[in-house]
Design a protein around this ligand. Structure first.
Ligand SMILES: [Zn+2]
Length: 67
């Protein structure tokens, strides 16, 4: 993730940037966390299973960003 980045830079198959807005995302939060166990284990493998881990997720394409 780039400094000050607020929009998604994922490109689609035509090379067009997504530009979806990025929202805070707490994958291990008890109430608002990720519900998909596959995504949870993937994030835990990359970032560790920190209950306060804060990521950003694109509102449009669901891409994840780490600050
Ligand atoms: Zn996106």
């Amino acid at each position: 993730m780039l400094p000050g980045q607020t929009v998604c830079t994922q490109k689609d198959e035509k090379g067009k940037s997504c530009f979806g807005s990025l929202k805070y995302y707490y994958p291990f939060d008890a109430d608002f966390g990720e519900t998909d166990p596959n995504i949870r284990s993937q994030i835990a493998g990359q970032c560790g299973k920190d209950p306060w881990l804060k990521l950003y997720r694109c509102y449009s394409c669901q891409a994840l960003y780490r600050n």
